[in-house]
Design a protein around this ligand. Structure first.
Ligand code: PBG
Length: 329
């Protein structure tokens, strides 16, 4: 007797394995998050994100050019706002000459074809570290959505191709879409963080931007009243379908690796591109464990990114984008 099928034939050597491989990582898959700070000549490493940096605008230019040369053609911008410019309403977010608005122009000037996506949420601008306006100990929804809509128009005016609302207020995609249409930004895309979970994996990101919720009795201590409960699955689909109905061009699941079941379900359910965000804590874990010599950095990085793509993600936002492209190409 012999096995009718010997599946190991297709695994016999790298040539046959590469011939039948289903999922290939390419530079086209990635969205590169970039952290921007005020100042000149600044490239500072983020303590909890080894080998990841905040850039001042002058050095952002070089970084963007380098990404382009590697075939990385899309960036997602985040800004670290000085404390003295923060308030409850995120007023600075609407400053036409604010850091985000200048960052958009800087990227477009140094690399005109680079696709620029911008983070839309109040937390980097909020004195309380929340994605929305705080009133009587609560995050107020509709007033926040109005500010996010104005912020989106401001980013579009500065030249952003896509806005990426990461706040999880109800109805904000519709508010943003209407505001963009009213301002005649008919071609500005919306990538919605549609299924964003209240996750402990965002810690290093909040270090990067100094944007963690403050510890004050009158302010909610976490983001659980707007970001999703990580125990839920159907809710992710509902949120995502609603965002598509409201005008989202791309939807996103966040975090990545612990939520690949959600990525796959959403991919099966919807017909717009699906993004997944491999977040700061996922990056930090791989860095830390490989610094200890307990896992092989490059192998684990490639395995996780491939798993994210295999799960159905059309787009991957990842702090490893540059590393993995350098490894493979
Ligand atoms: C905030 C925002 C967060 C991230 C992206 N946008 C943090 C949060 O919701 O507290 C997390 C990204 C990461 O951890 O890499 N609107």
């Amino acid at each position: 007797m012999y096995p009718l099928r010997r599946n190991r034939r297709l695994r016999a050597n790298e040539a046959i394995r590469s011939l039948v491989r289903e999922t290939i990582i390419t530079p086209n898959d990635f969205l590169v998050p970039l952290f921007v700070v005020e100042g000149k000549g600044i490239k500072e490493e983020i303590a909890s994100m080894p080998n990841y940096y905040r850039y001042s605008l002058d050095l952002l230019e070089n970084e963007v050019k380098e990404l382009w040369k590697l075939g990385l053609k899309s960036v997602l911008l985040f800004v670290k706002v000085p404390d003295n410019l923060k308030d409850n309403k995120g007023t600075e977010a609407l400053n036409p000459n604010g850091l985000m608005q200048r960052a958009i122009k800087t990227v477009k000037n140094s690399c005109p074809d680079m696709l620029v996506m911008t983070d839309v949420a109040l937390d980097p601008y909020s004195s309380y570290g929340h994605d929305g306006i705080v009133e009587n100990g609560m995050i107020i929804n509709d007033e926040t959505a109005d500010v996010l809509a104005e912020m989106s128009v401001s980013h579009a005016e500065a030249g952003a191709n896509f806005v990426a609302p990461s706040d999880m207020m109800d109805g904000r995609i519709l508010s943003i879409r209407e505001a963009l249409e009213d301002a005649n930004f008919l071609n500005t895309g919306i990538m919605s963080y549609s299924a964003k979970y209240a996750s402990a994996f965002y810690g290093p990101f909040r270090d990067a931007l100094d944007s963690a919720p403050v510890n004050m009795v009158e302010v909610p201590k976490d983001k659980k009243t707007y970001q999703m409960d990580f125990a839920n699955r159907f809710e992710a689909i509902r949120e995502t379908e609603m965002d598509i109905d409201e005008g989202a061009d791309i939807v996103m699941v966040k975090p990545g690796i612990a939520y690949l079941d959600i990525v796959r379900e959403i991919k099966n359910e919807v017909d717009v591109p699906v993004a997944a965000y491999q977040v700061s804590g996922e990056y930090a874990m791989i860095k830390a464990v490989s610094e200890k010599g307990w896992l092989d950095h490059d192998a684990v990085m490639l395995e996780q990114l491939t798993a994210i793509k295999r799960s159905g993600a059309d787009i991957i936002a990842s702090y490893f984008a540059k590393d993995v492209v350098k490894l493979l190409y």
